[in-house]
Design a protein around this ligand. Structure first.
Ligand code: BTN
Length: 246
């Protein structure tokens, strides 16, 4: 990962470039990284604020030879890799909020957006988009996310090298991705759950069809979240925003 790097000063979204390069046959491990994104995208069509020189805005092309149902697992592989890289470089202890947010002291420091190109039901390419807030000051964040977003610098009190952190992400992701391909999802699931914020806690899962209250039990092989409701019934949640129910 990171042997072929496309570096750009300014793009609309590294995801968009990665999709194009993947269609054109870019090799596995190709990375597109930009200093600034004018229309960075998040999950659920949200905007991802990506100001110049402040963070790591990148997309990585993976080509696992797997059926497309396995794609969500790659998001979880990536989340573990990013947590470990942040830990290694900063000493901070991030946590994962299902499915793909990385938080420090309860505020979001990283988002992951995994998109797929598939051929019949096989994965042709996975585009893993990673946005890490690195050197923003707390008041650099737009008003509407001031309370919920943070950066590594804001949490640690010092600026840090984005290049060094990016290298650490590549190294960790490379290792975990190889483990995943050889040994399957189980070792990743254990790591993921060890970093997860909500497992064992009472949560609210806000889904498009309404709120689900219950205790987060863990994730399944597919990366689906199991929630046990008060009546004992276990529901599987595929897509939601999670809130800890305090
Ligand atoms: C989320 O939390 O909703 C996911 C955010 C993903 C942001 C990254 S930044 C690099 C890549 N390019 C994009 O436009 N989005 C992802």
């Amino acid at each position: 990962i990171g042997r072929a790097i496309h570096y750009e000063e300014e793009v609309d979204s590294t995801q968009k470039i990665a999709h194009r390069l993947a269609t054109e046959g870019a090799v596995e491990g190709t990375v597109i990284v930009a200093e600034e994104q004018l229309s960075g995208r998040g999950r659920l069509d949200r905007k991802w604020h990506s100001p110049k020189y402040s963070g790591i805005w990148m997309s990585i092309i993976l080509r696992p030879n797997l059926p497309m149902q396995k794609a969500p697992q790659l998001t979880l592989v990536t989340a573990v890799a990013v947590v470990q890289a942040i830990e290694e470089v900063t000493g901070l202890l991030p946590q994962i909020k299902w499915p793909n947010d990385i938080l420090i002291s309860g505020k979001k420091v990283t988002g992951i957006l995994t998109e797929m190109q598939a051929d019949a039901d096989r994965i042709n390419a996975i585009i893993v988009g990673i946005g890490i807030n690195v050197n923003q000051k707390q008041d650099d964040f737009p008003e509407e996310i001031q309370q919920i977003a943070t950066s590594l610098a804001a949490e640690s009190g010092q600026n840090m090298s984005r290049a060094r952190l990016m290298q650490a992400v590549f190294a960790r992701l490379e290792r975990l991705y190889q483990t995943y391909l050889k040994e399957g999802f189980f070792p990743i699931k254990l790591l993921w759950e060890s970093y997860a914020l909500s497992i064992g806690k009472e949560i609210i899962a806000r889904t498009v069809t309404g709120d689900i209250y219950g205790k987060a039990l863990g994730i399944t092989e597919d990366g689906v979240l199991n929630i046990q409701q008060a009546n004992g019934e276990i529901v599987q949640v595929y897509s939601a925003d999670i809130f800890i129910n305090e």
